[in-house]
Write a protein that binds this ligand. Sequence first.
Ligand SMILES: C[S@@+](CC[C@H](N)C(=O)[O-])C[C@H]1O[C@@H](n2cnc3c(N)ncnc32)[C@H](O)[C@@H]1O
Length: 550
Amino acid sequence: MRYCNETKEKANGVVYTPKEMAEYLAGQMIHFSKIDFSKQTAISLLDPAVGEGELLIALIQAIQNINQGINIRAVGYETDATVALNTQKTLSRLFPNMDIYIISGDFLEIAGNINEKYDFVIANPPYIRTQILGSDRAQEIAQKMKLTGRVDIYYAFLLYMKGLLSEVGVSGYITSNKFFTIKAGASVRDFMINNYTIHAIVDFGDTKLFTASVLPCIVIFSNGKTDDGKNVKFTSIYETKAVDNKVERCNSIFEHIFESGLFSLPDGRVFEFQQGSLQPVQKGSLWVIASNEKDAWLRKVDSNTWKRLGDLGKIRVGIKTTADNVFIGDDWTGEKAGIELLQPLITHRDAGQIISKKNTGWKVLYTHTIENGKKIAIKLDKYPKAKAYLESHFEQLSGRSYVQKAHRNWYEIWVPQNPASWKNRKIVFRDISEQPEFWLDETGAIVNGDCYWIDIDDTVFEETIYLALAIANSKFIEKYYDAKFNTKLYSGKRRYMTQYVEQFPIPFSDTPAAKQAIELVKKIITECVDGDTSRYMDELNQIVNTIFEV
Ligand SMILES: C[S@@+](CC[C@H](N)C(=O)[O-])C[C@H]1O[C@@H](n2cnc3c(N)ncnc32)[C@H](O)[C@@H]1O
């Protein structure tokens, strides 16, 4: 199994919270609480995934700073019995006059039986991907919470709070920002909007505040409803390379967390701090910052938009063999010479802007064909060399139990896609990359699963394709992507997947600037035979900005 080598730490989702972040979260929870600390005599706190207690400690200290005399009862749950015991000892020693209960156990198992309500629930729940969580457990959580799509364990921790918050209760969560913008996060987002009053969101983007490969966020909420995103304070902090304004130095993200502008950390990374609100909330809508400046920019783009990239044709993902070492490669010589069924394969290695950077000559042993208009697996007996070659990998190929379960032949590629559609002209693009790489392919080659491609409708004019290539490869589209989808991978790369790419704007094609872009793309395609288009990209970027008047 892919994840069986995960360390114990990772499998339990253990990523402890940095002190500054814990203090910031505690302070904000108190800020949004309706409790009158000067009058209140007792307060109850909960951390459902307490670890070493960093969050409870920060919260207790913040409350004590306001009112020393308040009676605090703090409860924590922790699956790791040793950690639970140590945390109990630490907290009892630090706060000898308080009721501290660190319970060793699985909070998600126990949550349904807890009757107590809490004034503050503070948490950094584990981030465990479905694969590690086990699909049965994920399924169980999904059913219980009426969630659809892929389930991460922190979803459950977020949703269970509904029954545990007191009337004045405030919950503060540190978690992964992934559910803000992925499709599978829609049911959690909708649940939260419909059941909680969300006070504040901080998207820490690619600040790398944790060592884990997670883009962290903070969400602060109470029971209730969020009718209008305008009432939700939204802070967004993302690294930027486009530094044309004044940059102020700082020692930590938290020094300027309430401000807007560009700030650089001692390690040289520059971050853009934005303050705004949550964009209007509707069913399924993404959690993205709305700020006046950004809204105005997006409105301007919209007013200059004619079509979307998704209007050019269906966006498809490439093939998946699930045995790449057998089916694909760039060396089919020696023992492999003369194998039938080999076909040219486009992979991310061929990627380029507007045109393919280089043809790397990869090939795929493609196991499907079209018969009477239907996709079918080839008859292996007809291809003796391919047969002998595939049989030499019989053990690996037949070990793919899901192929058998689907009543397919042991030698088949797992996701072959439709062999009829590659022949057409297409726009291919990389799934994951920092800058966009969209290029025109007229070779009819098959596309590998590390790329997507647009199966361009026959009715689309050539000029529109060139215009789309100009936009999709521009710096403008990087800015558009960040403004609209507000999401990045840990590595600073973007995911160019259908749900985003289909929304890329295509401007009206009859403006002088659009015509200029079309001509330039034509020129690039005819002139850059070596695949290097970089010398034209600055010019193209300027034209695209003019087109959208940004
Ligand atoms: C991400 S760590 C956070 C710890 C601490 N609250 C902090 O912020 O530093 C999550 C902790 O929850 C524990 N944990 C994981 N699953 C749990 C569950 N189902 N119930 C209770 N604790 C759990 C892990 O062992 C780990 O100590």
